[in-house]
Design a protein around this ligand. Sequence first.
Ligand SMILES: [Zn+2]
Length: 296
Amino acid sequence: MSITIGLDIGGTSVHALALDTNNTITARANYPTNSAQGIEVFLDATQQCINTLEAESGKDLQAIGIGCTGPVDYQSGIIANPYTLPGLEGHSISALLAERIRVPTFIDNDANTAHLGEIHTHPNAPSNTVLLTFGTGVGVSVRVDGELFRTPGGVHPEMGHIPISIHHNPPCYCGRTNCAENILSGNAINKYAKHLADTTAEHLLTTQDGRPFEEDLVIALTDVIVTFTTIFHAQTVFIGGGMQDFFEHHLIEKTQRRLNSLLPIYGKATIEGCRAKENAGALGAALLARRGRSIT
Ligand SMILES: [Zn+2]
């Protein structure tokens, strides 16, 4: 029996796991991304993690799969955005790791790998689904008729920057004040709570004063979901990422009620937290490695 290793590279940390051919997770690990320290430091930490997971599993490593935050060319593996992984832009993580570890290595956007991992846990998943990840940034993956939606050339569209009806200052690095990532990323949510009440978002929402803040977040999340359900008629919208618990505790139920009250032209989707939880991205990356090709 062999294993594949899946890496879920976020702006703050990397979640990694080893998956055997029976779909059993045989080992897991986390380490800080520390992208600002540069590509060599990142590759050293990643190589060490892969060696540890392989040793703990006691099985041969067949391939590596990577889900990576932000724009990434899934064919060349080159990281395109200096804002999401500063220090790694312009490098091909997949090519450099393949050179070091000497196994085939595949890469895709992290929302796509999380979507693949989540669908794997649903034996009867509907054919049209959307997965939203809320962590350091906002990630979006759309699946239509069972296939991931891509722009021409196979590029993953950066849909975390769609416009919504809430504005915050200062603007997002994309230049706009009403971009979804500027309101709903973990960074944005906590920054706004600090600005309003000098406390954490979790604490603010347990107080009376937190209601307008919560209302803003529900409006913003509804705007995001309605955009995708209107265009793609997703039957299920999965919510994942580092902020999943926060969204499940405070926002999903109220957003579902708001969505249900709208006309059917906006779609009738069910909003659910990811069953695969924090494993979704790395699990999907390990499955991508097993497929031996990029996700289509
Ligand atoms: Zn933006």
